[in-house]
Design a protein. Structure first.
Length: 134
């Protein structure tokens, strides 16, 4: 299922190809009245997102709940749901950097014979191999 913003972009694409607005809206199942709709959320959230980016750069390990506390201290009060909605796109964009910056990039080294490496991951080479003698 494709959302309304994507269908609006598809109508604009068809319109640029020479199809009339009426026909393009009928093909894409979009009401003509929704073509000029612009969400107000982007304008409303822009100042908060700027501060959120600044705080995320300053405190890279903090999550949305802790960043929300800092935002409240700076005068941007919001619910946890809104903080999470604003934080999620930034978090997913930075997830690759966070995964690459972990301390466990070295090959696993067994610790104390428990079959786990320094990061707590199980080492497969230390597991007993089942035999076919049974």
């Amino acid at each position: 299922m494709v959302g309304a913003p994507v269908r609006r972009r598809q109508v604009v694409y068809l319109q640029q190809g020479g199809v009339s607005i009426r026909r393009a809206c009928a093909l894409m199942s979009v009401a003509r009245s929704t073509l000029r709709y612009e969400s107000r959320l982007a304008k409303r959230d822009a100042p908060v997102m700027a501060v959120m980016h600044e705080l995320a750069a300053q405190y890279p390990r903090y999550g949305y709940r802790r960043i929300q506390v800092f935002l409240e201290r700076r005068g941007h009060r919001m619910s946890a749901d809104r903080a999470h909605r604003l934080w999620a796109p930034m978090w997913f964009a930075g997830a690759e950097k966070a995964a690459a910056a972990t301390d466990c990039e070295q090959p696993p080294a067994p610790v104390a014979g428990n079959g786990r490496d320094i990061c707590g991951r199980m080492i497969l080479s230390s597991m007993p191999v089942p035999t076919a003698s049974s």
